[in-house]
Design a protein around this ligand. Sequence first.
Ligand SMILES: Cc1cc2nc3c(=O)[nH]c(=O)nc-3n(C[C@H](O)[C@H](O)[C@H](O)COP(=O)(O)OP(=O)(O)OC[C@H]3O[C@@H](n4cnc5c(N)ncnc54)[C@H](O)[C@@H]3O)c2cc1C
Length: 483
Amino acid sequence: MVSVLVWGLYLSAACAVTVCDASITPRTQVNSQERLVTPQTNTSVNFDDILYPIRGRVFRDWDQRHVCYPAEFYYPRSVDDIVAIVKENNNANAHRQIKVVGAGHSFSPIMIADDRNAIMMSLDKVNKFLSPTMEAMDEYTEGDQLVTVESGMRLWELNENLIHLGLAMENLGAITEQSVAGAFSTSTHGTGGSLGSLATAVRGIKFVSANGTLVSASIDSNPELFHAVVVGLGAIGVVVEVTLKVQPAYKLYRSQTKWDLDELIHELPVLLQRYERLQWYWTPYVSGENAVLLTREATDKAIEPAGMGCWNGTKVVTPTCVDISNRVLSRDGRAGTLFTEMEQFIPIAHCMDALNDFRAFQEMPEVVAAYNPKDKLFTGVRYVAADKHWMSMMYESDICVISFIAWGNTHESGDSNVFKFYAQELERISHRYGGRPHWGKMNWGTRAYFRTVYPRLDDFVQLQRSMDPNGIFMNQYLRERLH
Ligand SMILES: Cc1cc2nc3c(=O)[nH]c(=O)nc-3n(C[C@H](O)[C@H](O)[C@H](O)COP(=O)(O)OP(=O)(O)OC[C@H]3O[C@@H](n4cnc5c(N)ncnc54)[C@H](O)[C@@H]3O)c2cc1C
């Protein structure tokens, strides 16, 4: 509890983000079925028919680090609902902040509503699988393996639908709790030197812009707009529909081996040649084999352990297993230890320099002396291929991702002061090499710095301002980094 409080104070002070405004009294949560006073609408859609705004709903993210109190919270059920909500709240009489939340699985306050009169919306009910239908699968040939889904669908739901059709995503991140749109809006990634982030699977999107217009962007028809808006950070509009490139379902063999860190680093060039899907990490201040290499390879072998595969209810069970791809690429994110994370995306040519610098920092005598063995730390490395999305951490650069984690327990995330001590140093190191932080993870970046590493940042801001002159989709986190 204490560290949650400290974390809140730290964020308020350091990031100046209103995560918990004590002057706003939390109100009791109301039953969503309960009939509430509906707002007057000046659109042709009758709010009585479509949805109820929930007043007094406290929003908490996945680990309750970020909390906010939007004046109204909506669960739209259709694109028409979303258009109506946007028009109702952004017109000649009102410019209310509108923040869309996916699964609330960001470490940064990127999805937080911080205006007093803000509204939030969850697209949990805008989550249908649209195409292809099972019947149309006969016509489905290689080369056009595209699926279209509503954007509020969670990644795990997407995977289940895909498996049903004999399809799969090319790559995934560590968990699948995120919504489809939430994941690609921040360039969520897995690992693989020639594999892109989830945003690179997107072929087309539809979003409701600030004036309530439905806008389409696709890689073929309007690539410039497409590459501007896919990694949209929630700042461009409400994404409602997504077309994704997928592939035939496949199985992977997962292997996890312990290494001495120096030996692993020595062997890394060979290992990277051999394994496409490779990641590794080490646990600082643990003696002996404190590094772990994790690889995943395509296989035709039977699921192993038999009848179980890589998941056992809530956890990855064995270091070695065979399973369908999504259960090998991701773990079950519904339970487990909470943690605080930063990721810095370093141009691949500087990967080892940045890693050596961070390791040297961890090994400085005064840093070692300050280390408290009760703190469980993690430094990890993944790889992601370059892409063309303007605000992607991989924009025109092959990347090695250096992650730093302070582990907590099942109730609260890692100690915020310990986290900050290491993470701020990692950020300083990253800046030396032109690194970019994950938009959805902790960072202290500023617009001044981001302009030096995002060549299209000014273009993005110009587009954002032209599409949303009142800035209804912005919040403090975004303004500090973009404006
Ligand atoms: C336990 C854990 C593990 C993680 N593992 C990874 C990992 O392996 N790789 C990685 O890269 N990241 C990882 N992340 C980070 C996470 O993938 C990103 O922060 C992601 O953006 C969260 O998706 P979400 O659906 O929860 O969106 P939210 O966190 O709710 O929102 C993220 C952003 O997307 C916007 N958004 C959401 N839906 C829409 C929409 N329909 N239209 C417009 N904007 C929208 C929000 O406004 C916000 O700006 C992890 C996070 C956690 C908590």
